[in-house]
Design a protein around this ligand. Structure first.
Ligand code: HEC
Length: 293
């Protein structure tokens, strides 16, 4: 009987501890997650997907897209980046000399090589990234020095890391990005690119549909399987269907036939273009580039 009690207690403590750390603690941290405010704006993030895109998430799930695609951008660090926007009265050559003289300063000595490497082979084109580093004081000092000689520069916060360098996003993925996802389809294998921001990279629904029907018609030697069964090949009626795919010659169906997306394909494409996690948040800040019109 005595061993029975101790076995029960041990099992209870072991299971209880795992429940506390795997269920209760995450629930405490994220269970009450709500929409948040986009940094330096009054916009709310994230917004609920459209009904079509919400259905598309289920098509994504049913077709095992998450087996080959992740939806999580990793980030290593945040850095401060100084970009030159206007040299004022300076010529690129004497400006480069000025930067060389700057890099002799003891506090900037550490960055001498990167500064010189950045300006090597520079033809004077602007905007030009002069420096990137993690030390905010150095960034402020450098911006001050540039200002004192009449050179205009912009200081931006940027996320760094391999995923960011691959162009998969401007910041890391955070819990808020998945607020409206059930289930969250993070994916764990990257046979294809990360899709957390595919709606930013490929916002055209027609591109998405054609890519699903025939990946190789858009990406040479693509190894992504073609999802032909999400489309119907039908005889062209009196008029071609308005939503029929416009395909390159070698991917066209037989003469007199056309390829039209099924409702599922359209939902999936709507979901893909809705995948955008490109706004700065408190827990993942960066300075967005606002396109100048
Ligand atoms: C067997 C692995 C595999 C599966 C399953 C798969 N893909 Fe892909 N996918 C790839 C590969 C490899 C690429 C890169 C080549 C290309 O762009 O076609 C890719 C590329 C993509 C791209 C373009 C990405 C970019 O950055 O340009 C999208 C969008 C995409 N896949 C969506 C899907 C969807 C939606 C599904 C499910 C219906 C799916 N994939 C299933 C392997 C896969």
């Amino acid at each position: 009987m005595k061993t029975g009690v101790s076995i029960f207690t041990t099992a209870f403590v072991a299971l209880g501890a795992s429940w506390l750390s795997l269920v209760y603690a995450p629930f405490q941290q994220l269970g009450g997650a709500k929409q948040t405010i986009v940094l330096q704006s009054t916009d709310i993030y994230p917004l609920q997907r459209t009904g079509e895109a919400t259905l598309g998430a289920q098509v994504y799930r049913a077709n095992g897209c998450a087996a080959c695609h992740s939806q999580q951008v990793r980030q290593r660090d945040v850095a401060t980046e100084i970009t030159l926007t206007d040299l004022g009265v300076h010529k690129p050559v004497d400006f480069a000399d000025f930067v060389k003289s700057l890099s002799e300063l003891p506090e900037l000595a550490l960055y001498k090589n990167s500064l010189n490497a950045n300006l090597k082979d520079w033809n004077g084109g602007l905007p030009k990234t002069l420096w990137r580093g993690t030390d905010k004081d150095i960034a402020a000092e450098m911006a001050d020095r540039l200002k004192s000689v009449g050179v205009k520069s912009e200081t931006r916060i940027v996320a760094t890391g391999v995923d960011i360098a691959r162009g998969w996003g401007s910041r890391q993925s955070v819990a808020a990005d998945y607020l409206y996802d059930t289930p969250v389809q993070l994916g764990s294998l990257r046979a294809g690119p990360d899709l957390a921001n595919i709606g930013v990279r490929a916002p055209d629904v027609n591109w998405q549909l054609q890519h699903l029907y025939a990946p190789r018609s858009l990406v040479k030697n693509s190894t992504m399987p073609a999802f032909r069964y999400l489309f119907t090949v039908q005889k062209i009626g009196a008029q071609p269907a308005p939503e029929a795919l416009v395909l390159p010659k070698e991917f066209e169906p037989a003469d007199g036939f056309e390829v039209v997306p099924t409702a599922e394909a359209k939902e999936l494409a709507a979901y893909l273009v809705s995948l955008k996690s490109n706004v700065p948040l408190y827990e993942a800040p960066f300075t967005p580039i606002i396109p100048t019109k």
